[in-house]
Each structure stands twice: as C-alpha cells, then as structure tokens.
Design a protein around this ligand. Structure first.
Ligand code: HEC
Ligand code: HEC
Length: 361
C-alpha cells in the first residue's frame, strides 16, 4: 500500500517538473487588456477617422513607436523609419532625396508626417498607398529604403526578447506564430496618428484670438488666402487650404518644364492612375512646420522659402497640364517677405517636441 503511494508521488513529481516544453506558453500568462487611447485633435480640424479594425490603444502606440524607431526593420540593422523621418525636421530628413540602407538614393524627397492621419486621398507624393496601415508595409521592402523582407523581419520579432510580449499586449496574440507584418504595420499606423498638430502655432492661436499677427504677417495671411482686394491674390490658399494647409489633391504646380505629357522625369500621380493628364501631378503637401522641411518639393529641388515664393510669383515653368492657378503673380519684394513671414506663423514646435512621439530607445 505504502509503496503504491510513493510510486504515485514519484509519477506526479516527474509529470509536474518534467512537463514537455511545448505545453508551456509564457505569452498566455501576460494579460491582454489594451487601454483605449483618445487622440487630441486641435480645434477646427477635420474629424480624425480611425479604421474600425485598428482602434488606437496605449499598448498599440507603444509597440508602434518602438517599431518606428527600431533598425530591426532594415536589412543590416542600420536604419529605421526615423532615419528618414526625424522629429526635428517635422519628420522629414533634411535631404533633397532620401538615402537607403545601401547608400542608394531614392527618387523623391522624404515627406513630413505631421497630420498624416488626415491624408484621406492617398499617401506618398503620388498617392499610391491607400492608408497608413498599407503604406507602412512598403519602406521595408523598398530596395532603396530598408531593403528587407517581411518574413525576415517577422522572424526577428519572434526571436526578440521584448517584441513577443509587446505584440501580446497590443493585439492579444496567443503564440509567437501569430506575429505578422499586418499587426506590425497596424501598430506603426497607430503611432503615426499621434504625429498631429498641437493647435499651438501662432496662426492657430491668432484664429482663437489669443495672439495678434504683426502687420507683415497679417498682409502675408491676406495674400495667402486672398482676403482683401487691396493686396495681390497669391493663390496659395486654394491648394494649401486651412486648416491642414493642403486639400490633399494632386496638381502640377509648374515645378518642371514639360513640352508634352511624356516629358516629366517623374510622372508622379500619372504612374498610379495610368492617366496621361495626371503625369507630373503631385499631392499638395502641408505647409504646417514648413520652416523645418527644406529642401522643398517632391524632388527637393527648391532650397529655400524665398525661392519657393519666386517660383510661384513667376508662375512656375511652362507645361501642358500646369494648374491654371499657377500664373504669374506680381508681388513686391516686401510682399514676398510678408508671405514668408506668414508661413513662419505655421510653425508648431509643440507638435514635434511632443514627448510621446520621441525615440523610446
Ligand atoms: C530611406 C528613407 C526612408 C525610410 C527608411 C522610410 N521612409 Fe517614409 N518616406 C520616404 C520618402 C522618400 C517618402 C516619399 C516617397 C514617395 O512619395 O514616393 C516617404 C513617405 C512616407 C509616408 C507618406 C506620407 C504622406 O503624407 O503621404 C509615410 C506615412 C512614411 N513615409 C512612413 C514611413 C514609415 C512608417 C517607415 C518605416 C517603416 C518609413 N517611412 C521609412 C523616405 C523614407
Ligand atoms: C495649384 C495648386 C497650388 C497652388 C496655387 C500653390 N501650391 Fe504650393 N504646392 C502644390 C503642389 C502640388 C506641391 C507639390 C509639388 C511637387 O512637389 O511637385 C506644392 C508644394 C509647395 C511647397 C513645398 C512643400 C514641401 O514640403 O516640400 C511650398 C513651400 C508651397 N507649395 C508653398 C506655396 C505657396 C506659398 C503658394 C502661394 C504663393 C502655393 N504653394 C501655391 C500646389 C499648389
């Protein structure tokens, strides 16, 4: 009798301590209890549309922020999203054309990510990505950007000391095999929605009656939006309209000369739509934080705001589908300076210095 009890005890001990490893899944011990996060949208801004299948959570943002700043997404661990989107340049890289992991130059200039969550008419200069979730897949695979493959990146996540836990907390995965690029890009998109205007620029405070614009800024404001007959209409506000300072539509602003629709070095929107009349059109970029995003335009070909204003005042270069709003505008040199001073009122350092969007490492 006594011997049987000992035998059972022994068997129990053996089974308790020598359980095969596969049965142990430490991920399931980590609670999945995401906390919903409310993004603060500044007054007068459009409604922030959040995809129903990717609600914003504290845990999702935390994961997305790490992924955005982690070179694990690149072939040789040398670059991350943030290498080309730096907070101090309003999430551009200060270069005319971005350089990727192999030192190869991309075709276009990095884009500001400020208020990117409101880009409902497509992302990139040509609008080829539908939304941020879809966009975030592309830099990893791009041979002149991070030059990696998603299966490799997902393997790196699985072996990583922190990522399985972070994916569990953000998305409730039950095993590391449920880590996918789709979840990674959802997290990145959640993070990117936090790169949003603060409502504290001088322009925004002026609209709320909290500060005054000086006379130069006010004249610049009036020319920009054509508020008065006593000053020339600089046309800007038609395409760079408030509050985002972009309609997010696609235009040819006369950046390059083109005798026919096939003469554009970069066909821009036309590559995406396949419509020849869209060749040479690019998405209107925001002008918020424009002082930080030089050099300007999709090809980084304009170095300063002075030259930008010269470009428009001249009516751009001739090309067949140049928008009719891009015509010669006669401005005195004082008026050009006033326009630039107005552009400076769009500076929003609070947005890009927001501690929640800085490098967590
Ligand atoms: C090598 C530099 C580089 C890297 C790395 C990079 N980007 Fe970009 N990013 C660019 C350039 C250049 C563009 C514009 C490309 C175009 O229009 O064809 C862009 C455009 C974007 C846009 C579109 C913004 C808009 O308003 O349409 C988003 C969003 C973005 N990047 C996010 C990311 C994320 C997320 C990562 C990391 C997964 C990343 N980028 C990595 C250079 C880079
Ligand atoms: C017909 C629409 C239109 C009008 C009018 C217009 N723009 Fe633009 N703007 C664009 C487009 C489109 C781009 C991007 C062009 C490209 O990169 O090829 C752009 C780019 C810019 C840029 C570069 C932004 C960046 O991040 O690189 C600045 C600055 C700018 N515009 C300022 C102005 C000012 C100032 C005025 C008025 C004098 C003005 N725009 C009038 C459509 C317009």
């Amino acid at each position: 009798m006594g011997r049987t009890i000992y035998l059972w005890l022994l068997i129990t001990i053996v089974f308790t301590y020598c359980k095969p490893k596969e049965d142990v899944n430490p991920l399931l011990d980590i609670p999945y209890n995401p906390t919903s996060y409310q993004i603060v949208v500044p007054p007068r801004f459009p409604i922030l549309e959040i995809p129903t299948d990717n609600p914003t959570t504290v845990e999702g943002i935390d994961l997305g922020r790490r992924l955005f700043y982690d070179p694990i997404l690149s072939k040789d661990s040398s670059m991350s999203c943030s290498s080309c989107h730096l907070s101090e340049f309003s999430f551009t890289d200060g270069k005319a054309k971005s350089l990727g992991v192999d030192g190869l130059s991309g075709k276009r200039s990095s884009m500001s990510l400020l208020d990117v969550a409101f880009s409902y008419k497509g992302l990139f200069w040509d609008g080829r990505a539908k939304n941020m979730e879809e966009q975030a897949l592309m830099p990893v695979m791009d041979p002149v950007e991070l030059h990696e493959t998603w299966p490799n990146v997902v393997e790196k996540f699985k072996r990583h000391k922190d990522y399985p836990t972070l994916f569990r907390k953000a998305f409730g995965i039950k095993s590391i095999d449920q880590i996918t690029e789709k979840l990674a890009t959802k997290a990145i998109a959640q993070f990117e929605r936090l790169i949003i205007s603060s409502g504290k620029s001088k322009y925004d405070r002026f609209l709320r009656g909290e500060v005054l614009l000086d006379d130069d800024e006010l004249d610049g404001f009036d020319m920009f939006f054509n508020n008065t007959f006593s000053l020339p209409d600089a046309q800007c506000g038609h395409c760079h309209n408030a509050p985002l300072f972009t309609t997010n539509d696609y235009f040819n602003n006369g950046l390059t000369s083109a005798a026919t629709l096939n003469d554009f070095v970069d066909k821009g929107r036309g590559i995406v739509t396949g419509i020849a009349l869209d060749n040479g059109k690019f998405r209107v970029p925001t002008l918020r934080n424009i002082v930080f995003t030089a050099p300007y335009m999709h090809d980084g070909s304009i170095l300063t705001l002075e030259e930008v204003v010269e470009h428009y005042s001249r009516g751009g270069h001739p090309s067949i589908n140049k928008d009719p709003l891009i015509t010669q505008v006669v401005l005195t040199s004082r008026q050009k300076q006033q326009l630039i001073k107005f552009l400076h009122t769009l500076t929003d350092t609070a947005a890009i210095n927001n501690p929640a969007i800085q490098n967590p490492f």
